[in-house]
Design a binder for this molecule. Structure first.
Ligand SMILES: C[S@@+](CC[C@H](N)C(=O)[O-])C[C@H]1O[C@@H](n2cnc3c(N)ncnc32)[C@H](O)[C@@H]1O
Length: 219
């Protein structure tokens, strides 16, 4: 994808889309985005201890994390999303932080790092640095859980099937370009293994998948 300036502009546009879509986010979400099989898998994973939620959005997953966690730190670039998330969790032990995940650094380490419907928005050029951030966020025995989907409609493929860039629209028709990588679970698992992660990625019904694991343990 072009030079770094073009990529930075695309990531700014992606963040702007999510700021603008925040009040109508639930109208655009896929069915099961915050429930069903991924939610059962997350409960079975038991995200206990101190949990970091990256790209928390409007708090789609935060209440479920709180069923297991002693405390949650939730980061998102959008103040609009954080405001909605905050109103959903009430007085629960959640620390909300506004931050750009392509430059943000943690101030402590966590038992679990969780991200819902975020990985598919990380461009290939930033994948290694994103996983290096996850590494920096985790305790030595820390665990990761993510859930995502590979769904892209014909209409949004404005640069063709081979491009990671798609177009999303607000309800009023305003168009934004965002990154949406249609990861396939087996390929993703292999890619993560190559950069030092032992993560099982599970396909579930529909376009959804979830993954959980740890850094690859030394032999
Ligand atoms: C698809 S939503 C997922 C929200 C939520 N986790 C869920 O599962 O519904 C992607 C989220 O990423 C956030 N985001 C976009 N760019 C970001 C960036 N550079 N740094 C941090 N968050 C970002 C958006 O504000 C949005 O809340």
């Amino acid at each position: 994808m072009g030079d770094d300036g073009q990529l930075a502009a695309l990531l700014d546009e992606q963040a702007a889309f999510y700021r603008a879509v925040a009040p109508e986010y639930d109208d655009h979400a896929l069915p099961f985005a915050g429930g069903g099989e991924p939610a059962q898998a997350l409960d079975a994973f038991r995200p206990a201890g101190s949990v970091l939620e990256l790209a928390c959005g409007p708090g789609t997953w935060t209440p479920q994390l709180l069923r297991h966690a002693t405390d949650v730190t939730a980061v998102d670039a959008s103040a609009e999303m954080l405001g909605i998330a905050s109103s959903r969790v009430g007085a629960a032990p959640v620390r909300f932080l506004q931050g750009d995940l392509f430059t943000w650094h943690p101030d402590r380490r966590y038992d679990v790092v969780f991200f819902g419907f975020w990985l598919s928005h990380v461009p290939a050029e930033r994948s290694t640095s994103f996983w290096s951030l996850v590494d920096d966020c985790l305790q030595p025995d820390g665990r990761v859980f993510f859930v995502d989907d590979w769904h892209r409609t014909e209409e949004e493929l404005i640069e063709g099937e081979d491009s990671p860039v798609v177009q999303r629209r607000l309800t009023d028709g305003t168009a934004y370009r965002i990154v949406k990588i249609p990861h396939q679970p087996a390929d993703l698992e292999r890619q993560l293994a190559r950069i030092g992660w032992s993560i099982n990625v599970h396909s579930i019904s529909g376009p959804y998948y979830w993954g959980s694991g740890t850094r690859t343990q030394p032999a």
